[in-house]
Design a protein around this ligand. Structure first.
Ligand code: ADP
Ligand code: MG
Length: 329
């Protein structure tokens, strides 16, 4: 199959969308064409996934397709943008129709829940890697930035932290998945849920927002740095993966000496959660509690923004390092 037949066979179906912003011209020409409606801004993000770095060699192509799109949609969510379009640059060692079918199936599963359309890309041969560029729409001047946190703002995190972190340990150490908590952890690793609805609902409530991709502490650190502020948090308040409470599992992973606070710190440093960490003034507490109920997503208040730079543990008064997250170099 040549490159063009491949594009027609596999990628055209992903260009059909289930509503949302239409594109003027999709796959097939030299460029795609899109129109940004008046009063809106285009939010643009890109993320690359490389075999052996972002996913192990034998990962199910359906999980690769799903996750590649999910991590990009998570960036749009963190800005409060509604997903609209994406492009896909795919480098494949061989043209395997079995691989491509599974890949498109996984990506399609995520697209069923989110109105976003594939409008173009590039297909090349080489070591397996893929880059997606996602585009979304947000009301002019209303995007959630990292730089908006102010002293006395509350700090929140959505969902549960550390699921993907422990999921990765389970996969890497090839442990049998023996209970539901382990299953949930591996599911979070392979099929993260980008918080798209939450992100858009936080516009007008949150002062700053980021998605937790590098680890909660590192990502909160980015908000603090961009906003020129500090914070006090209570690490014990952060809800962590149920699997991290399983002593048998922790022993299997060789963590039998790990104290509870060390395990908690692992969760706060592990990446790939794709939850949202955001700040909001105390006057919004009621609205945020209501939002948590309406969306059925835990939104946990974990600390407060301070004028003094740096990150402190509320309970012990000790400094917490924000440099624990994943970095490539
Ligand atoms: P060009 O040579 O002008 O870059 P290509 O031959 O790379 O064009 O691509 C032809 C068309 O197919 C373009 O519209 C391009 O956006 C689309 N396309 C190529 N690869 C992909 C892909 N992986 N996913 C979606 N669309 C693709
Ligand atoms: Mg090309």
């Amino acid at each position: 199959m040549d490159e063009f037949a491949l594009i027609n066979a596999y990628f055209r179906s992903l260009s059909q969308r289930l509503g949302g912003a239409p594109s003027d011209l999709g796959i097939g020409d030299d460029c795609a064409l899109v129109s940004v409606p008046p009063g809106k801004q285009l939010a643009v993000t890109t993320d690359t996934l490389i075999e052996g770095v972002h996913f192990p060699r034998d990962t199910d192509p359906a999980d690769i397709g799903y996750k590649a799109l999910a991590v990009n949609l998570s960036d749009l969510a963190a800005m409060g943008a509604a997903p609209a379009w994406f492009t896909l640059c795919l480098t494949l060692p061989v043209c395997s129709s079995e691989w491509l079918e599974r890949f498109c199936q996984g990506m399609g599963e995520l697209m069923q829940q989110r109105p976003v359309a594939l409008i173009g890309g590039d297909t090349t041969r080489g070591a397996l890697s893929l880059s997606i560029q996602a585009m979304g729409l947000v009301d002019q001047g209303r995007a959630l930035l990292r730089s908006g946190a102010r002293p006395h703002d509350d700090i929140y995190v959505s969902g549960v932290i550390g699921e993907a972190g422990i999921g990765l340990q389970i996969v890497q150490q090839q442990l049998p998945v023996t209970d539901q908590a382990m299953q949930v952890a591996v599911q979070h690793l392979n099929r993260p849920q980008p918080r798209i609805v939450l992100g858009q609902a936080l516009v007008g409530l949150a002062t700053a927002c980021i998605d937790v991709s590098d680890g909660l502490l590192a990502d909160l650190g980015h908000i603090l740095e961009r906003s020129g502020v500090g914070a006090r948090i209570d690490p014990e308040r952060v809800p962590v993966a149920v699997a991290l409470h399983n002593d048998v599992l922790l022993k299997q992973l060789g963590w039998q000496d790990g104290s509870r606070s060390a395990v908690q710190l692992f969760a706060l440093s592990a990446g790939d959660d794709y939850e949202l960490c955001f700040t909001a003034p105390p006057s919004q507490r009621g609205a945020i509690d209501q939002l948590a109920q309406r969306l059925d997503i835990p939104l946990t208040r974990i600390g407060v923004i301070t004028e003094t730079p740096g990150l402190l543990n509320v309970a012990s008064g000790e400094a917490i390092s924000t440099r624990r997250g994943y970095t490539h170099f």
